[in-house]
Design a protein around this ligand. Structure first.
Ligand code: COA
Length: 260
């Protein structure tokens, strides 16, 4: 599919780079971006050669500065509900991918941008990045998952502080509170994200997919999450990758995983 508001390129290692590409609007998420994101996630799901995805924003200033404010000024309650639901569905689809997704946060990650970064599995940030849920300044609330994913990542108190004050937090502060995994100088952002991705892609792909699936279930009550973990652990035990990984350890060599 031809994209106009995003770009998607895959390299020889199977790492796809998905870029939100509206730099003149600080990569704000309009309806076209959300639809193309949805289509691109379907493409990632269906293309076996895509092993993992790095998601970033075009330009040096912004990752994503939120949902496009021009597009939702006239929403009535029913349209607002539908608007939030569609974005949530797309972000949850991204989060549900069985392949690792790393946000490379290059600048403003505000509102829907912070929510998009949180729907990725891991976050690497430039030290110039800024995070925030400023929706209260507009008289609304986060609608693409912010009230749910932020407390899960940083705890309820800090999430409420960000959501109720609308204040931005620096990349360093985001690291301190567990909102991002790593902070690097701007010039090293993409190489740091690639390095983290490569480390993951060197592991058994089935184990990576099952780990994502199992940790995703950590939102469930503990007994259900543990049951789910046991089922997936059993599944992992039946793979060729497990036999190979264990044999390679005992033979003191690098494993050659086949992904099944
Ligand atoms: N929706 C639509 N357009 C946006 C946008 C958004 N969320 N964020 C930025 N833009 C647009 C601006 O309207 C401007 O467009 P224009 O040049 O056609 O006027 C362009 O992007 C550049 O933004 P500008 O505000 O001039 O840049 P700045 O450096 O002065 O400020 C921000 C940067 C991020 C602090 C500021 O743009 C901002 O606060 N954006 C909104 C953030 C927000 O509330 N997000 C949550 C939405 S629910």
């Amino acid at each position: 599919m031809e994209y106009t508001t995003i770009t998607f390129e895959t390299d020889a290692d199977g790492i796809g780079v998905l870029t939100i590409n509206r730099p003149d609007k600080l990569n704000a998420l309009n309806a076209d971006v959300i639809q193309e994101l949805d289509a691109c996630i379907a493409e990632i799901e269906s293309r076996d050669e895509v092993k993992g995805v790095i998601l970033t924003g075009a330009g040096s200033k912004s990752f994503v500065a939120g949902a496009d404010i021009r597009q939702f000024t006239d929403l009535d309650p029913v349209q607002g509900y539908t608007f939030a639901q569609y974005g949530q569905r797309v972000f949850s689809r991204l989060e549900g991918l069985p392949k690792p997704v790393i946000a490379a946060v290059n600048g403003y990650a505000l509102g829907g941008g912070c929510e998009l970064a949180m729907a990725c599995h891991l976050r690497v940030a430039s030290e110039l990045a800024t995070f925030g849920q400023p929706e209260v300044n507009l008289g609304i609330i986060p609608g693409y998952g912010g009230t749910q994913r932020l407390p899960r990542l940083v705890g309820r108190g800090l999430a409420l502080e960000m959501i109720l004050t609308g204040e931005h937090v620096t990349a360093r502060r985001a690291y301190e509170i567990g909102l991002v995994n790593k902070v690097v100088v701007p010039a090293e952002l993409m190489s740091a994200a690639r390095q983290m991705m490569q480390t993951i892609l060197n592991k058994g792909p089935v184990a990576v997919a099952l780990s994502l699936n199992a940790v995703h279930a950590s939102d469930r009550p503990l007994d259900q999450g543990l049951e789910h973990e046991a089922l997936l652990f059993g599944q992992a035990c039946g793979t060729e990758d497990f036999k190979e990984g264990a044999a390679a350890f005992l033979e003191r060599r690098k494993p050659a995983f086949v992904g099944r």
